[in-house]
Write a new protein. Sequence first.
Length: 578
Amino acid sequence: MSQSTHSREKSPQSRPQHKPGLACEECRRRKLRCDRRQPKCGLCESSGVDCQITARPPRGPKRGYLKVLQDRIANLEGLLQQNNTTANPPSDGGSFENLLLEEPIDLPLWEFPINMDEDNPLLEACARAKSSHSSGESSVEGMAGTPVSSMLALDPTLSLNPWNPFEFDTKISDLMQADLDQLYFDRIHNFMPILHPGRYFTSRKQQIRSDGQWCLQYAMWTLAASVSAHYQNVGDSLYQHTRRSLETLDSKNTKLESMDLEQVQAWLLLAIHEFMCIDFRRGWMSAGRAFRLIQLSWRHGTDGPDQAQGDWIESEQKRRTFWMAYCLDRFVSMRIGSPLTFSETIAIRLPCPENNFQNDQPIVMGFLSETLVAASPTVVSAFTECIIVATISGHTLSHRHQYPIRDIGFNALEAFWAQHQWIKVIHNQWMESFSSKYSADMQQSDPMLLFIGLMYRIITLHLYQTTACMIPGADDEQRDSVIENRTRASLAAKEIVGLINQLSHLNSFKLHPLTPIPLSLCVEFFVSNNESGDGFTKELQDIIQAISCLKNFNNIGKGISHLFEERGIASVIPAIVQ
């Protein structure tokens, strides 16, 4: 007998048999095969842990359910074709089920498998709705053959997600989706750390998600595509789809205090994309939508006195989303001189260190007001450094708004200079702390730190420009303060030029998206001081040359030219405008 014949006659080796029953929780957690011994399995007995067994309902659709769906699809397609060829709808029976089949159907919805567990809220709602329309069987089992379109017709308040990959114009493969996700966390998360990667990827595996989750996913992909040369071709389609979806979602949520965290995050991401690639005005309008959604539910703050303890990761994401909106509000307001939206005294704690956030390690952080005036500044993350410099920028901007109304109050002039001195002390204290913690080489190699360093120096320029307007009514001591501020501003402006020259050495796709703000403010400072005879011609030429090298990367140069055109000084920067 040949060896092959001998091998066929051998009985196949069967898998080890296990006792009937369910696997224990410990074996499930370790992803090991449970031997189902009683009262303790072998693993739990050797580990010394309690052997707990939790009964779970069966998952997935019942046997034959997909075949029933296919048959019903075929019936619906036949009826739709018949309706298209004849002017009148079929008049057979007029029963409730026939009326359901005459409803228009969105075929992509059929591709979502419906979980047939008894506790599925979709089926429960459908069963309740069907029982109100028909005297027939209304149990969950009776709904196993009901198509999705019929379920929606039974309960009009029920909706499956309209934002799903099947409705997007361009097909995004699984590989593209994974690549866009990775691009986002590699290039965006550094300066916008508002998402928990673990929670995001867990939600990505869910086939039925909330409208806000779908919008957030496409907003992430839109921003990721904008910082990648490989996906520029799908960036515009992703952007149009994301914006249309968010606007539709806004029209659906009519409750006064309705705030979906993913919806706010999606608007913030879309605003950043528009600042970078579309239009400054449109980006500011989109950011305003996120601000208003936050304000509508401001009394439900994460760390209010009556806030109950809940999901720490969810609360931390809310904190980070608020602080991201807070920073965006102050930086853009610094650029255009508009009043601030958010108060810094709101009872929301500062974001935790990134390691704690990534590794799900709860920690209680302090409030901004406490940290800002601390005797020895201690900051645990670059994101908190960004919040601090945004706060000082907001104080500087409010200080600028104060000087036109100096004659209203009796002591307004004294209050102005007292406020100026306080801002100056706080600014110097935090800028020295930042410089001692992050060396010049670290700032030049990290886009987030580079942006923070630029903003600290922009505050110095802003303080000088504010006090220079007060010279006519100033005394000798106050004039000396203005002269000191001018000296410090000149030094800061030259340091900005040195930092900007390092931009060409960085990956342009990793630059902070708000980098045009300090660049434009610095150029405006040079232009205004050249007109007054202070002579910053060489510095102005250096910064224009550095910016012109970036105009083809990440829309930086284009953004700068738009800002100057709005201010009416585009004639001094032909290298950028052309």
